[in-house]
Design a binder for this molecule. Structure first.
Ligand SMILES: Cc1cc2nc3c(=O)[nH]c(=O)nc-3n(C[C@H](O)[C@H](O)[C@H](O)COP(=O)(O)OP(=O)(O)OC[C@H]3O[C@@H](n4cnc5c(N)ncnc54)[C@H](O)[C@@H]3O)c2cc1C
Length: 374
Protein backbone atom coordinates (compact mmCIF):
# COMPACT_ATOMS: atom_id res chain seq x y z
CA UNK A 1 0.00 0.00 0.00
CA UNK A 2 1.41 3.41 -0.94
CA UNK A 3 -0.79 5.67 1.18
CA UNK A 4 -2.60 8.74 -0.13
CA UNK A 5 -1.16 12.18 0.63
CA UNK A 6 -2.99 15.51 0.40
CA UNK A 7 -1.10 18.81 0.37
CA UNK A 8 -3.34 21.79 1.12
CA UNK A 9 -1.91 24.91 -0.50
CA UNK A 10 0.27 25.32 -3.54
CA UNK A 11 2.42 28.18 -2.22
CA UNK A 12 6.11 27.86 -1.42
CA UNK A 13 5.84 25.09 1.18
CA UNK A 14 3.19 23.08 -0.72
CA UNK A 15 5.07 23.09 -4.03
CA UNK A 16 8.33 22.25 -2.30
CA UNK A 17 6.96 19.28 -0.37
CA UNK A 18 5.23 17.91 -3.49
CA UNK A 19 8.59 18.11 -5.29
CA UNK A 20 10.39 16.23 -2.53
CA UNK A 21 7.72 13.50 -2.56
CA UNK A 22 7.99 13.23 -6.36
CA UNK A 23 11.74 12.86 -6.07
CA UNK A 24 11.02 9.77 -4.00
CA UNK A 25 8.61 8.49 -6.65
CA UNK A 26 5.55 9.38 -4.59
CA UNK A 27 2.58 11.29 -5.96
CA UNK A 28 0.16 13.47 -4.00
CA UNK A 29 -3.01 15.50 -4.41
CA UNK A 30 -2.61 19.28 -4.06
CA UNK A 31 -5.61 21.47 -3.30
CA UNK A 32 -5.15 25.18 -4.02
CA UNK A 33 -7.90 27.79 -3.64
CA UNK A 34 -6.42 30.40 -6.00
CA UNK A 35 -6.90 30.21 -9.75
CA UNK A 36 -3.70 32.03 -10.56
CA UNK A 37 -0.98 34.17 -9.04
CA UNK A 38 0.23 37.52 -10.32
CA UNK A 39 3.75 38.88 -10.23
CA UNK A 40 3.30 39.74 -6.57
CA UNK A 41 5.52 41.77 -4.29
CA UNK A 42 9.23 41.19 -3.64
CA UNK A 43 10.78 38.49 -1.50
CA UNK A 44 14.29 38.68 -0.16
CA UNK A 45 15.93 35.26 -0.16
CA UNK A 46 18.96 34.94 2.13
CA UNK A 47 21.61 32.31 1.36
CA UNK A 48 19.93 29.41 3.14
CA UNK A 49 16.75 29.93 1.07
CA UNK A 50 18.78 29.87 -2.14
CA UNK A 51 20.57 26.70 -1.00
CA UNK A 52 17.23 25.02 -0.19
CA UNK A 53 15.95 25.97 -3.65
CA UNK A 54 19.03 24.37 -5.21
CA UNK A 55 18.34 21.20 -3.20
CA UNK A 56 14.84 21.25 -4.67
CA UNK A 57 16.25 21.39 -8.19
CA UNK A 58 15.86 25.16 -8.67
CA UNK A 59 19.21 26.56 -9.86
CA UNK A 60 20.34 30.18 -9.38
CA UNK A 61 19.67 30.91 -13.04
CA UNK A 62 15.94 30.28 -12.52
CA UNK A 63 15.97 33.39 -10.29
CA UNK A 64 18.00 35.46 -12.74
CA UNK A 65 15.13 37.93 -13.19
CA UNK A 66 15.77 39.10 -9.62
CA UNK A 67 18.66 41.13 -8.22
CA UNK A 68 21.46 39.70 -6.04
CA UNK A 69 21.43 41.18 -2.53
CA UNK A 70 25.14 41.90 -2.05
CA UNK A 71 25.07 44.48 0.71
CA UNK A 72 22.66 45.77 3.31
CA UNK A 73 22.63 49.29 4.69
CA UNK A 74 20.78 50.22 7.85
CA UNK A 75 20.18 53.96 8.06
CA UNK A 76 18.33 56.28 10.41
CA UNK A 77 15.45 58.51 9.44
CA UNK A 78 17.76 61.29 8.28
CA UNK A 79 19.71 58.90 6.07
CA UNK A 80 22.79 58.54 8.29
CA UNK A 81 24.42 55.12 7.82
CA UNK A 82 24.29 53.21 11.12
CA UNK A 83 25.94 50.04 9.83
CA UNK A 84 26.33 47.97 6.69
CA UNK A 85 26.65 44.24 6.11
CA UNK A 86 28.41 42.41 3.28
CA UNK A 87 25.76 39.78 2.44
CA UNK A 88 27.79 38.45 -0.48
CA UNK A 89 30.72 37.62 1.73
CA UNK A 90 28.65 36.26 4.60
CA UNK A 91 26.75 33.76 2.44
CA UNK A 92 29.41 33.16 -0.24
CA UNK A 93 29.72 29.41 0.31
CA UNK A 94 25.99 28.83 1.05
CA UNK A 95 23.94 30.52 -1.66
CA UNK A 96 23.88 33.98 -3.23
CA UNK A 97 21.07 36.08 -1.66
CA UNK A 98 18.62 37.47 -4.17
CA UNK A 99 15.45 39.58 -4.21
CA UNK A 100 12.79 38.35 -6.66
CA UNK A 101 9.11 38.88 -7.35
CA UNK A 102 6.94 36.39 -5.47
CA UNK A 103 5.33 35.24 -8.73
CA UNK A 104 8.75 34.56 -10.27
CA UNK A 105 9.68 32.45 -7.27
CA UNK A 106 6.51 30.37 -7.68
CA UNK A 107 7.22 30.00 -11.41
CA UNK A 108 10.69 28.72 -10.57
CA UNK A 109 9.15 26.11 -8.29
CA UNK A 110 6.45 24.40 -10.38
CA UNK A 111 4.47 21.45 -9.08
CA UNK A 112 5.93 18.16 -10.29
CA UNK A 113 4.06 15.99 -12.80
CA UNK A 114 3.41 13.44 -10.04
CA UNK A 115 1.21 15.95 -8.17
CA UNK A 116 -2.47 16.17 -9.08
CA UNK A 117 -3.69 19.75 -8.71
CA UNK A 118 -7.30 20.54 -7.77
CA UNK A 119 -8.58 24.12 -7.62
CA UNK A 120 -10.72 24.26 -4.50
CA UNK A 121 -10.76 25.49 -0.92
CA UNK A 122 -10.18 22.96 1.86
CA UNK A 123 -12.25 24.19 4.76
CA UNK A 124 -11.69 21.78 7.64
CA UNK A 125 -9.70 18.72 8.66
CA UNK A 126 -10.55 16.00 11.18
CA UNK A 127 -7.77 13.57 12.06
CA UNK A 128 -8.97 9.95 12.49
CA UNK A 129 -7.01 6.88 13.69
CA UNK A 130 -6.13 5.96 10.08
CA UNK A 131 -5.67 9.35 8.42
CA UNK A 132 -7.51 12.64 8.02
CA UNK A 133 -10.98 13.55 6.75
CA UNK A 134 -10.98 16.82 4.84
CA UNK A 135 -13.98 18.98 3.94
CA UNK A 136 -13.58 20.65 0.57
CA UNK A 137 -15.84 23.52 -0.45
CA UNK A 138 -18.46 22.28 -2.89
CA UNK A 139 -17.78 18.56 -2.27
CA UNK A 140 -20.84 16.63 -1.03
CA UNK A 141 -18.91 14.55 1.52
CA UNK A 142 -15.54 14.61 3.29
CA UNK A 143 -12.50 13.20 1.48
CA UNK A 144 -10.25 10.75 3.31
CA UNK A 145 -6.44 10.78 2.98
CA UNK A 146 -3.82 8.69 4.78
CA UNK A 147 -1.74 11.81 5.44
CA UNK A 148 -2.45 15.53 5.14
CA UNK A 149 0.11 18.34 4.95
CA UNK A 150 -1.30 21.75 5.85
CA UNK A 151 0.74 24.16 3.72
CA UNK A 152 -2.06 26.71 3.62
CA UNK A 153 -0.28 29.75 5.00
CA UNK A 154 -0.68 32.06 7.94
CA UNK A 155 -4.50 31.90 7.99
CA UNK A 156 -4.48 28.11 7.65
CA UNK A 157 -7.83 26.33 7.79
CA UNK A 158 -6.06 23.02 8.45
CA UNK A 159 -4.57 24.51 11.62
CA UNK A 160 -8.01 24.65 13.25
CA UNK A 161 -7.66 20.89 13.85
CA UNK A 162 -4.51 21.55 15.89
CA UNK A 163 -5.30 24.82 17.68
CA UNK A 164 -7.90 27.53 17.18
CA UNK A 165 -6.05 30.39 18.89
CA UNK A 166 -2.59 30.59 17.34
CA UNK A 167 -2.47 34.01 15.62
CA UNK A 168 -0.71 36.99 17.24
CA UNK A 169 0.26 40.32 15.65
CA UNK A 170 4.02 40.69 15.14
CA UNK A 171 5.51 42.71 17.99
CA UNK A 172 7.32 45.05 15.58
CA UNK A 173 4.36 45.85 13.36
CA UNK A 174 0.78 44.64 13.30
CA UNK A 175 0.45 45.39 9.59
CA UNK A 176 2.53 46.68 6.70
CA UNK A 177 2.47 48.15 3.23
CA UNK A 178 4.38 46.51 0.42
CA UNK A 179 4.84 48.05 -2.98
CA UNK A 180 6.71 47.76 -6.26
CA UNK A 181 7.67 51.00 -7.97
CA UNK A 182 10.25 52.51 -10.31
CA UNK A 183 13.68 52.30 -8.67
CA UNK A 184 14.65 55.80 -7.50
CA UNK A 185 18.34 54.83 -7.65
CA UNK A 186 18.80 52.53 -4.65
CA UNK A 187 21.87 50.39 -5.23
CA UNK A 188 21.43 47.82 -2.48
CA UNK A 189 19.09 46.55 0.27
CA UNK A 190 18.52 49.72 2.32
CA UNK A 191 16.43 50.22 5.45
CA UNK A 192 15.66 53.57 7.09
CA UNK A 193 14.41 53.39 10.68
CA UNK A 194 12.48 56.32 12.11
CA UNK A 195 11.01 56.63 15.61
CA UNK A 196 7.72 54.94 14.71
CA UNK A 197 8.07 53.85 11.08
CA UNK A 198 10.56 51.87 9.05
CA UNK A 199 11.03 51.80 5.28
CA UNK A 200 12.96 49.21 3.30
CA UNK A 201 13.79 49.38 -0.41
CA UNK A 202 15.39 46.52 -2.35
CA UNK A 203 16.11 46.53 -6.10
CA UNK A 204 14.04 43.71 -7.62
CA UNK A 205 14.98 43.89 -11.31
CA UNK A 206 13.61 45.45 -14.50
CA UNK A 207 14.26 48.94 -13.13
CA UNK A 208 11.96 48.35 -10.16
CA UNK A 209 12.34 48.50 -6.44
CA UNK A 210 10.44 46.46 -3.85
CA UNK A 211 9.33 48.56 -0.87
CA UNK A 212 8.18 47.68 2.62
CA UNK A 213 6.75 50.16 5.11
CA UNK A 214 5.91 49.19 8.67
CA UNK A 215 5.67 50.37 12.24
CA UNK A 216 8.86 50.13 14.26
CA UNK A 217 7.57 49.74 17.81
CA UNK A 218 4.33 47.80 17.48
CA UNK A 219 0.85 48.97 16.50
CA UNK A 220 -0.51 49.02 13.00
CA UNK A 221 0.02 51.01 9.84
CA UNK A 222 -3.07 52.78 8.55
CA UNK A 223 -4.84 50.83 5.83
CA UNK A 224 -5.59 53.98 3.84
CA UNK A 225 -3.01 54.98 1.22
CA UNK A 226 -2.75 58.41 2.85
CA UNK A 227 -0.96 56.72 5.77
CA UNK A 228 1.85 55.70 3.44
CA UNK A 229 2.29 59.20 2.05
CA UNK A 230 2.28 60.75 5.52
CA UNK A 231 4.62 58.15 7.00
CA UNK A 232 7.21 58.81 4.26
CA UNK A 233 7.34 62.55 4.99
CA UNK A 234 10.75 63.57 6.31
CA UNK A 235 12.49 60.39 5.13
CA UNK A 236 15.31 60.79 2.57
CA UNK A 237 14.61 61.20 -1.11
CA UNK A 238 14.79 57.55 -2.24
CA UNK A 239 11.93 56.75 0.17
CA UNK A 240 9.73 59.72 -0.70
CA UNK A 241 10.36 59.22 -4.42
CA UNK A 242 9.57 55.48 -4.34
CA UNK A 243 6.44 56.02 -2.25
CA UNK A 244 5.22 58.85 -4.50
CA UNK A 245 5.76 56.68 -7.56
CA UNK A 246 4.07 53.67 -5.93
CA UNK A 247 1.05 55.81 -5.00
CA UNK A 248 0.83 57.20 -8.49
CA UNK A 249 1.46 54.16 -10.69
CA UNK A 250 2.98 51.29 -8.72
CA UNK A 251 1.53 48.17 -7.18
CA UNK A 252 0.52 48.41 -3.52
CA UNK A 253 -0.56 45.89 -0.94
CA UNK A 254 -1.61 46.39 2.68
CA UNK A 255 -1.95 43.39 5.00
CA UNK A 256 -1.68 42.30 8.62
CA UNK A 257 1.66 40.93 9.80
CA UNK A 258 0.67 38.04 12.02
CA UNK A 259 2.68 35.36 13.75
CA UNK A 260 1.61 31.79 14.48
CA UNK A 261 2.39 30.36 17.90
CA UNK A 262 1.60 26.68 18.38
CA UNK A 263 2.51 24.15 21.08
CA UNK A 264 2.42 21.41 18.42
CA UNK A 265 2.55 21.44 14.63
CA UNK A 266 0.65 18.20 14.20
CA UNK A 267 -2.41 16.22 15.20
CA UNK A 268 -2.37 12.56 14.24
CA UNK A 269 -1.56 12.30 10.56
CA UNK A 270 -2.12 15.99 9.91
CA UNK A 271 1.11 18.01 9.88
CA UNK A 272 1.48 21.77 9.37
CA UNK A 273 4.44 23.32 7.52
CA UNK A 274 5.67 26.82 6.64
CA UNK A 275 3.58 29.79 7.74
CA UNK A 276 0.66 27.55 8.75
CA UNK A 277 2.88 26.16 11.54
CA UNK A 278 5.15 29.03 12.51
CA UNK A 279 4.74 32.34 10.61
CA UNK A 280 7.16 34.83 12.15
CA UNK A 281 7.57 38.60 11.63
CA UNK A 282 9.64 39.21 8.44
CA UNK A 283 12.59 40.82 10.27
CA UNK A 284 15.20 38.32 8.97
CA UNK A 285 13.34 37.35 5.77
CA UNK A 286 13.29 33.69 6.79
CA UNK A 287 9.69 32.76 5.89
CA UNK A 288 10.50 31.21 2.52
CA UNK A 289 13.68 29.55 3.79
CA UNK A 290 11.86 27.95 6.72
CA UNK A 291 9.02 26.78 4.46
CA UNK A 292 11.49 25.21 2.02
CA UNK A 293 13.56 23.57 4.73
CA UNK A 294 10.38 22.21 6.37
CA UNK A 295 9.43 20.69 3.03
CA UNK A 296 12.83 19.06 2.53
CA UNK A 297 12.72 17.48 5.97
CA UNK A 298 9.05 16.44 5.98
CA UNK A 299 9.05 15.10 2.42
CA UNK A 300 12.07 12.90 3.11
CA UNK A 301 10.67 11.67 6.42
CA UNK A 302 7.29 10.79 4.96
CA UNK A 303 8.75 9.02 1.94
CA UNK A 304 11.13 6.97 4.07
CA UNK A 305 8.54 5.96 6.70
CA UNK A 306 6.27 2.95 6.08
CA UNK A 307 2.61 3.97 5.87
CA UNK A 308 1.67 2.07 9.04
CA UNK A 309 4.05 4.33 11.01
CA UNK A 310 2.88 7.63 9.54
CA UNK A 311 1.36 8.79 12.82
CA UNK A 312 4.94 9.09 14.12
CA UNK A 313 6.00 11.44 11.31
CA UNK A 314 4.53 14.63 12.85
CA UNK A 315 6.38 14.39 16.18
CA UNK A 316 9.65 13.45 14.45
CA UNK A 317 9.31 16.32 11.95
CA UNK A 318 8.73 18.76 14.77
CA UNK A 319 11.66 17.38 16.79
CA UNK A 320 13.95 17.99 13.81
CA UNK A 321 12.66 21.41 12.81
CA UNK A 322 11.48 23.17 15.99
CA UNK A 323 14.93 24.26 17.28
CA UNK A 324 15.80 26.02 14.03
CA UNK A 325 12.44 27.73 13.76
CA UNK A 326 12.65 28.82 17.41
CA UNK A 327 16.10 30.23 16.71
CA UNK A 328 14.62 32.43 13.96
CA UNK A 329 11.83 33.49 16.29
CA UNK A 330 14.15 34.48 19.09
CA UNK A 331 16.44 36.37 16.65
CA UNK A 332 13.32 38.17 15.39
CA UNK A 333 12.29 39.16 18.91
CA UNK A 334 15.81 40.39 19.65
CA UNK A 335 15.94 42.63 16.58
CA UNK A 336 12.40 43.86 17.32
CA UNK A 337 13.56 44.94 20.80
CA UNK A 338 16.50 46.84 19.28
CA UNK A 339 14.16 48.55 16.81
CA UNK A 340 11.83 49.56 19.64
CA UNK A 341 14.49 51.48 21.61
CA UNK A 342 14.11 55.28 21.69
CA UNK A 343 15.53 56.57 18.39
CA UNK A 344 18.62 58.24 19.95
CA UNK A 345 19.54 55.07 21.86
CA UNK A 346 18.85 52.81 18.89
CA UNK A 347 21.01 55.00 16.63
CA UNK A 348 23.80 54.95 19.22
CA UNK A 349 23.72 51.18 19.79
CA UNK A 350 22.96 49.96 16.26
CA UNK A 351 26.56 50.23 14.93
CA UNK A 352 27.63 47.67 17.55
CA UNK A 353 24.46 45.62 18.14
CA UNK A 354 23.26 45.54 14.52
CA UNK A 355 26.16 43.57 12.99
CA UNK A 356 26.22 41.38 16.10
CA UNK A 357 22.51 40.58 15.76
CA UNK A 358 22.96 39.87 12.05
CA UNK A 359 25.72 37.33 12.72
CA UNK A 360 23.86 35.78 15.66
CA UNK A 361 20.68 35.43 13.57
CA UNK A 362 22.24 34.04 10.41
CA UNK A 363 25.39 32.14 11.46
CA UNK A 364 23.47 29.01 12.64
CA UNK A 365 21.42 29.09 9.43
CA UNK A 366 24.56 28.68 7.35
CA UNK A 367 24.55 25.06 8.53
CA UNK A 368 22.32 22.60 6.65
CA UNK A 369 19.01 22.23 8.50
CA UNK A 370 19.03 18.45 8.76
CA UNK A 371 21.37 15.76 7.41
CA UNK A 372 18.54 14.26 5.33
CA UNK A 373 18.37 17.55 3.44
CA UNK A 374 22.10 17.62 2.65
C1 LIG B 1 5.13 41.82 4.99
C2 LIG B 1 5.79 40.51 4.76
C3 LIG B 1 7.02 40.47 4.11
C4 LIG B 1 7.66 39.25 3.91
N1 LIG B 1 8.88 39.25 3.32
C5 LIG B 1 9.55 38.08 3.19
C6 LIG B 1 10.83 38.05 2.59
O1 LIG B 1 11.37 39.07 2.15
N2 LIG B 1 11.48 36.85 2.52
C7 LIG B 1 10.91 35.70 2.99
O2 LIG B 1 11.54 34.63 2.91
N3 LIG B 1 9.69 35.71 3.53
C8 LIG B 1 9.00 36.86 3.64
N4 LIG B 1 7.76 36.86 4.18
C9 LIG B 1 7.17 35.58 4.62
C10 LIG B 1 6.81 34.68 3.43
O3 LIG B 1 5.99 35.36 2.52
C11 LIG B 1 6.09 33.44 3.95
O4 LIG B 1 6.80 32.91 5.03
C12 LIG B 1 5.98 32.37 2.88
O5 LIG B 1 5.21 32.83 1.79
C13 LIG B 1 5.32 31.13 3.49
O6 LIG B 1 5.03 30.20 2.49
P1 LIG B 1 3.84 29.15 2.71
O7 LIG B 1 3.90 28.26 1.53
O8 LIG B 1 3.93 28.57 4.08
O9 LIG B 1 2.51 30.01 2.71
P2 LIG B 1 1.87 30.85 1.51
O10 LIG B 1 2.92 31.40 0.64
O11 LIG B 1 0.92 31.79 2.15
O12 LIG B 1 1.06 29.77 0.67
C14 LIG B 1 -0.17 29.24 1.12
C15 LIG B 1 -0.94 28.71 -0.08
O13 LIG B 1 -2.10 28.03 0.39
C16 LIG B 1 -3.26 28.46 -0.33
N5 LIG B 1 -4.39 28.30 0.58
C17 LIG B 1 -4.63 28.98 1.72
N6 LIG B 1 -5.73 28.53 2.32
C18 LIG B 1 -6.21 27.51 1.55
C19 LIG B 1 -7.32 26.63 1.66
N7 LIG B 1 -8.14 26.70 2.71
N8 LIG B 1 -7.52 25.72 0.69
C20 LIG B 1 -6.66 25.62 -0.39
N9 LIG B 1 -5.58 26.44 -0.54
C21 LIG B 1 -5.36 27.37 0.43
C22 LIG B 1 -2.94 29.92 -0.67
O14 LIG B 1 -3.72 30.37 -1.76
C23 LIG B 1 -1.45 29.83 -0.99
O15 LIG B 1 -1.22 29.48 -2.33
C24 LIG B 1 7.07 38.05 4.37
C25 LIG B 1 5.82 38.08 5.00
C26 LIG B 1 5.19 39.29 5.19
C27 LIG B 1 3.85 39.33 5.88
Amino acid sequence: MTGSVLVVGSGIAGRAVARVLARHGRGCTVIERRESVGRGMGVNLPGNAVRALAELGVPDRALAGGVPVRRREYRNRRGRLLFAVDDDRFWHDVGRPVCVRHGALLDALPLPGAAELERARAVAARPTPTGVDVDVEGAPSPRHFDFVIGADGVNSAMREAVDTDALRPSSMTGSSWRFVAADPGVDCWTAWAGRDETFLLIPVGAGLVYGYAARTRGGSTGSDRSWLAQAAEGFPEPVTAAVAQALQAGELHHAPVDEVHLDHWHHGRLVLVGDAAHATGPVWAQGVAMALEDALVLGDLLARTPVEHWSGVGPEFERLRRPRVEHVRSATDKMSRLAALPAWLRDASAPVLGPRNYRAAYAPLREVSHPAAA
